[in-house]
Design a binder for this molecule. Structure first.
Ligand code: FUD
Length: 288
């Protein structure tokens, strides 16, 4: 199992200084890799990232949430085209730094919708993901669709709905990404969704119910760790947390990050690294 940390734990900006801050912080906390948020991949300097990754011995995955202007599930073909262009750029960055995964809300905008997703929306998103699945596979990058709660997409909110959407996509390079923060809102428990996703589960986010310190909220991590160990999951596991201390213009608004849940990124991340590794170790011991 590989353990990683989301870049927003350390920085809200990803210019040269922000990239360095995020990667070095991730290394200091003891993680194996960083999940780099690529909300604006066109302004991201992959040469800088490659250099800092090499210096620190840390590897990189990436994630993003699309916006209304790049929504793959839009009924406007021009918007879908812009979304595909942005995602191809993100895939190129991941491939350039030798990464293997791009995940997140890469099938719709990361925002509240005010209507049920139409058949055309679902179909546009699925068709675009089939094309992107090919593009990513040619570059040895795997795509995973993050299941988020009802206030952040209208395409799917549970692992079961995610599996149905994957069937529609029908591409073996497009998988599921589960996140405990969202599961805690939408699922009936932490165990079943992992079983339902089976071998299509490729990426896991570990986040608390309030997105702060692990263990200080209401997420049942014990069941989640047991489910992952029992199912033989061996993909990336990433700590994700948000506080008003670290601000990204668009994400802060779309995720409603108004509260200050922590100020010390180093302490938060080191605690999370221990929490997740210990959690998996005890789940493995129980299994033996
Ligand atoms: C959004 C979320 C995140 C998001 C990612 C983008 O609620 O959970 O995982 O997709 O932070 O980098």
């Amino acid at each position: 199992m590989r353990f990683g940390c989301h870049g927003f734990v350390f920085s809200g900006t990803f210019d040269e200084a922000g990239i360095r801050t995020a990667i070095e912080g991730t290394q200091r906390a003891g993680f194996d890799f960083i999940e780099m948020p690529l909300m604006d991949p066109f302004s991201f300097d992959e040469e800088v990232a490659a250099r800092v990754l090499e210096d620190t011995g840390i590897s990189m995955t990436a994630s993003l949430g699309l916006t209304a202007a790049t929504d793959l599930s839009s009924e406007d073909p021009a918007v879908v085209r812009r979304g595909e262009e942005l995602l191809r750029r993100a895939i190129d960055i991941v491939a350039h730094v030798g990464g293997t995964d791009l995940c997140g809300v890469i099938y719709s905008a990361l925002q509240k919708y005010y209507c049920v997703a139409s058949e055309a929306s679902r179909e546009n998103s699925a068709a675009a993901l089939r094309r992107l699945g090919d593009y990513a596979a040619e570059r040895d990058v795997v795509l995973s669709l993050e299941i988020v709660n009802r206030y952040e997409t209208n395409i799917m909110n549970t692992a079961r709905e995610g599996m149905r959407f994957l069937e529609r996509v029908g591409h073996d390079n497009v998988h599921l990404h589960l996140d405990t923060y969202h599961m805690n809102i939408e699922e009936s428990g932490m165990y079943e969704p992992v079983v339902e996703a089976g071998d299509r589960l490729r990426y896991v986010h570990i986040g608390e119910s309030h997105r702060g310190y692990l263990g200080s909220g209401s997420v049942d991590f014990g069941s989640l760790f047991r489910a992952l160990v029992t199912s033989g999951y061996d993909g990336p596991v990433v700590f994700e947390s948000f506080s008003s201390t670290v601000v990204d213009e668009s994400l802060t608004k779309s995720l409603g990050i108004w509260r200050n849940l922590w100020e010390d990124s180093d302490d938060l991340a080191a605690h999370a690294n221990r929490f997740v590794r210990d959690g998996f170790r005890s789940a493995e011991t129980i299994r033996m």
